[in-house]
Write a protein that binds this ligand. Structure first.
Ligand code: BDR
Ligand code: CA
Length: 316
């Protein structure tokens, strides 16, 4: 494992059950060197998601201080999702208390520091609103060249999940998503096109529970909680959104990825926050996004189970 060239990554999200599962996956990837964990308001208030991020870091024994990001979108008011993630933003299994203090740096300062100090280009994995990333890009144009890729969970080329046209992460901060989309940097978008196909069924997270290690049991408990609301919407499995933004970097071969020019609707009365893809290249614009639109679901589940198996003998 030691001869694997590690890819420096920043985990930026709003945990949130699926963010948490994405971070479990990231923590087990020998390909990743996690340089920072940063939080952004979205699934719950900034205070709540930051506390959750610190408890996840403790669960995973990640010796990385969490840096608190923006508490609201660049424009307008914050939307939160307690119906999906509960009052704490991460209801369900009991978690250890934070093992490290909160970073004295803001998320944007932390991201800038990581980029400045890294010899390799850094990948930002954004599983919440893109507010921190957009603020970083605006504040530090000199650091754009240090970004390898921005891998996002957000949007949906064919549908939304919060309104008919908009997916939650983009709807929380459409202006931020617009800045990221037009940054000229490589952006990978795991939208609902793939994440609503990344279903994990109850009998499959029972495979995770059956691993009988403390992290696997917590992950199974997160699925249990998340599924309460998701199943009430008619889904037979848990829509495992955020882990796609991690897994598509590590196992791109199991995903269907296409380049499109995608814009973010900022004004529409019914369509604000929609991600509009120019499928037939009518505009003639060069593609600005690698859009992940499908996957081999069984392999996705197998990799998830395998990731959870790596915590055998873990103590929390
Ligand atoms: C996205 O919204 C949040 O509730 C999830 O954590 C995920 O990032 C799915 O639309
Ligand atoms: Ca999220």
């Amino acid at each position: 494992m030691s001869d694997i060239k590690k890819r420096p990554v920043i985990l930026d999200g709003d945990p949130g059950h699926d963010d948490a599962i994405a971070w479990v996956l990231a923590a087990t990837c020998p390909e990743f060197d996690i340089k920072a964990i940063t939080t952004v308001a979205g699934n719950q208030t900034l205070e709540k998601v930051t506390y959750n991020a610190r408890r996840i870091a403790a669960l995973l024994h990640l010796d990385i201080e969490v840096a608190k990001g923006r508490n609201r979108p660049l424009c307008g008011d914050l939307i939160i999702a307690p119906n999906f993630h509960g009052e704490t933003g991460l209801d369900g299994p009991k978690l250890p208390e934070p093992h490290l203090p909160l970073s004295s740096l803001s998320a944007i300062e932390m991201m800038a520091k990581v980029l400045r100090e890294s010899e390799e280009k850094v990948t930002i994995i954004s599983t919440g609103a893109q507010t921190n990333t957009a603020a970083l890009l605006i504040a530090h144009p000199e650091l754009h060249e240090k970004i390898e890729m921005i891998s996002t969970m957000g949007g949906g080329l064919r549908n939304g999940n919060w309104t008919a046209g908009a997916e939650f992460n983009i709807l929380v901060d459409p202006e931020a998503a617009h800045i990221v989309a037009h940054s000229g940097l490589p952006v990978q978008m795991c939208g609902l096109d793939v994440t609503e196909k990344a279903l994990v069924y109850p009998e499959e997270w029972d495979r995770i529970r059956a691993l009988h290690n403390p992290v696997a049991e917590v992950v199974a408990g997160w699925f249990d909680f998340f599924f309460i609301h998701v199943s009430s919407l008619g889904w037979a499995g848990a829509t495992t959104h955020d882990p796609c933004a991690v897994m598509s970097l590590v196992h791109p071969e199991i995903f269907d990825i296409r380049d499109y020019y995608v814009d973010i609707e900022l004004n529409g009365k019914y369509t604000r926050g929609a991600t509009v893809a120019d499928f037939d290249n009518i505009s003639g614009n060069k593609p600005n996004m690698r859009c992940v639109v499908g996957l081999n679901r069984e392999k996705f589940v197998d990799y998830l189970v395998e990731a959870c198996s790596r915590f055998e003998g873990w103590e929390i």
